[in-house]
Design a protein around this ligand. Structure first.
Ligand code: UD2
Length: 313
């Protein structure tokens, strides 16, 4: 049994990590400022975790939260490309200043390891596919810049202070509990909930853009592996967390029509500013050093996700 702090515990990924850790018998503490996280994501486990409503920018609260922790799973963020284009200062405060505060607190508390939710957006719109970790990052949106800057802070804290840090570059994670209600929500959460209600989703662009959509269980597994791996395999390093397969938005929409029973067509709006055209990961580095393997493929993950939203309507 180990002690874990999850930042952003009330979010989609943070709450999924909390459920998985409690299932294994680990001790879970969590912080969330509830800016994008939802307390109902914790309703089934609220009595089994030490939850603190706190902001990453509150250094005292971070010191308190990190005290006695072995692992920190840092998921808290304002996770949106378009939102960061509208509010780059807010994105930087939450995604960079917040991370730096947390790292200072984790270092002071002598936490063993911090695993960080990095983003595939760091690669930018490079034409080379698949994207591998040795490629030169080329972030476009303020969100991508912020996520990449925090990767560098993670690595810096390993080099300067010996705080073991592992950066997991998530490629478009989806699954149960992803919030569909914000204009900045991930595309699958939005499309599924709209289509189940018989409402028309909006595609930005012609739908030919592609993504390496990765089901939440795979991201949870990557975090657990990143905590268990020997330091010489992972500390101070960056790993893609994805499936190694990509689908276009048009293909995804057709698959969702079958799963949801929606028979209409999508509305088309202009492409989003700072949008990436194609995204596909090389996952061989995580396979080699973390023993990471996708446990759930895209089609099965999509079916499970549709079922979850159907059941929770
Ligand atoms: C980026 C990152 C992802 C993660 C995420 C956090 C890339 C390739 N991916 O996801 O790893 O960090 O940010 O937010 O950088 N779309 C529509 N209609 C909608 C909503 C979205 O057509 O209603 C399109 C959107 O223009 C994009 C695709 O769907 O082409 C995926 O958009 P998203 O917001 O779900 O995720 P994305 O790729 O910006």
């Amino acid at each position: 049994m180990a002690r874990y702090l999850i930042t952003g515990i009330a979010g989609f990924i943070g709450s999924s990590l909390a459920h998985a850790l409690l299932d294994r018998g680990d001790e879970v503490c969590g912080v969330d400022n509830l800016s994008t996280g939802r307390i109902q994501n914790l309703s089934a486990i609220r009595d089994h975790i030490d939850f603190r409503q706190a902001d990453l920018l509150d250094l005292d609260a971070m010191h308190d939260a990190c005290a006695g922790m072995e692992f920190v799973l840092h998921q808290a963020a304002i996770p949106s490309v378009p939102k960061s284009v509208l509010d780059p200062l807010g994105s930087n405060r939450a995604n960079v200043d917040g991370t730096l505060n947390l790292l200072v607190a984790a270092r002071d508390a002598k936490v063993k390891r911090v695993v960080y939710a990095a983003s595939s957006s760091a690669y930018g719109d490079t034409p080379t596919l698949p994207k591998h970790e040795d490629m030169c990052p080329n972030p476009i949106s303020p969100y991508a810049v912020a996520k990449l800057a925090s990767e560098h802070y993670m690595i810096s804290f390993y080099r300067c202070y010996g705080l073991e840090s592992v950066c997991l570059r998530y490629f478009n994670i989806f699954g149960p509990r992803q919030d569909p209600t914000s204009p900045y929500s991930g595309v699958l959460a939005k499309f599924i909930t709209l289509m189940l209600r018989g409402e028309q989703p909006t595609m930005f662009g012609d739908g030919s853009q592609s993504r390496d959509f990765n089901y939440i269980d795979n991201a949870v597994s990557a975090n657990l592996l990143a905590c268990a791996a020997p330091a010489e395999e992972c500390a101070g390093r960056v790993f893609n967390v994805a499936t190694g397969q990509r689908v276009t938005l048009n293909q995804t929409f057709q698959a969702l029509k079958k799963l949801t029973g929606y028979s209409g067509e999508a509305k088309h709006d202009p492409e989003r500013a700072s949008d990436i055209k194609h995204s596909l990961a090389d996952i061989s580095k995580a396979a080699k050093h973390l023993q990471y393997r996708p446990l759930v493929d895209f089609e099965s993950g999509l079916a499970k996700t549709v079922q979850w939203y159907r059941d929770s309507q």
